[in-house]
Design a protein around this ligand. Structure first.
Ligand code: SF4
Length: 300
């Protein structure tokens, strides 16, 4: 395991700052539950985080927007002031949009101790990207990943099962792309229909149906099995549980979504290896019984 995999992360939210437009499904204010970004407050919080964890490997992460799409002067001001209160054990992680990656941007990232870049790809398939209005092609997303990897940054990807236009074929294509790119880690956020988004209107017109909870679990479990073979860590399943649930109109939201995926993986494993039923740990037994699961299999 890479050293940075064990790092502590202090998250800062810059809801939708820098984003080239508003994606049809997105409202980061509601998803993150964070207000507007306040640099002065962030500096104080980061300072306290550094003091509490002097000897740990740490990252300060900027989530919820497109960090590298902010103008250079703004990025510089934010990073200079945050790094001024960091110790040498701390690096920066950013989340950004694939269209805002080029050599100059990566040089700037390197100068300000960015070690990890997360790209919100959401889907690799051109039809899905088009139907979801993401504004880039599969090829452009791939080029951004290659630039990041070739420049030596850690690459994380965010994918969003259930986007408009997705299909079994697009999921297979996404699997193939993951095998090609092999990012260090992956986040899976099945699409949840949020009140007030453009997708709400499309849904009301009957032109979009979100995934069922079970379909989202199955799709994520398939990704998990693939990632296990490829050595790609999945660091998050599902949207954060701090989202105001009254803002969710439809879709596969569950506050313990990640646990449901792990439960599905365990059930699949037991079906393949029924002899394991007699060797389950207490933790696995608890997982099998969690959330009203009725899984049963007689030990052989
Ligand atoms: S999905 Fe990403 S790029 Fe689109 S509006 Fe939300 S934060 Fe910005």
């Amino acid at each position: 395991m890479n050293k940075a995999d064990k790092s502590l992360i202090y998250p800062l939210f810059i809801p939708m700052q820098g984003c080239p437009g508003r994606c049809i499904y997105c409202d980061q204010m509601k998803i993150s539950g964070a207000g507007d970004f306040d640099l002065e407050a962030a500096i104080i919080q980061v300072q306290a985080f550094i003091r509490r964890n002097p000897s740990r490997i740490k990252e300060v992460a900027f989530y919820g927007g497109s960090f590298t799409a902010l103008d250079e002067a703004k990025r510089e001001r934010i990073l200079c002031q945050i790094l001024a209160v960091c110790d040498p054990n701390t690096s920066i992680r950013i989340s950004t949009h694939p269209l805002y990656i080029d050599q100059a941007i990566l040089e700037h990232c390197r100068k300000y101790r960015v070690f990890t870049i997360e790209l919100g790809i959401q889907d690799w398939h051109d039809e899905v990207l088009k139907a979801s209005g993401r504004g880039y092609s599969s090829k452009q997303a791939l080029d951004a990943c290659r630039l990041i990897q070739d420049a030596g940054f850690r690459l994380g990807l965010q994918l969003m099962p259930g986007l408009p236009g997705s299909s079994p074929q697009s999921i297979t294509f996404n699997h193939e792309m993951l095998k090609q790119i092999k990012p260090q880690f992956l986040r899976l956020y099945p699409l949840i229909l949020i009140r007030g988004t453009e997708l709400e209107r499309i849904h009301r017109q009957g032109e979009y149906q979100p995934l069922s909870l079970n379909d989202a679990i199955q799709i994520c479990a398939d990704y998990a099995e693939l990632c296990q073979q490829m050595g790609i860590r999945i660091i998050k399943y599902g949207l954060p549980s701090n989202i105001d649930q009254s803002e969710i109109l439809a879709g596969p939201y569950h506050p313990a979504f990640g646990e449901l995926v792990k439960q599905e993986l365990l059930k699949r494993d037991l079906k393949k290896h029924p002899q394991r039923c007699v060797q389950l740990s207490n933790q696995e037994l608890q997982l099998l019984r969690a959330h009203g699961c009725k899984f049963s299999m007689s030990p052989i």
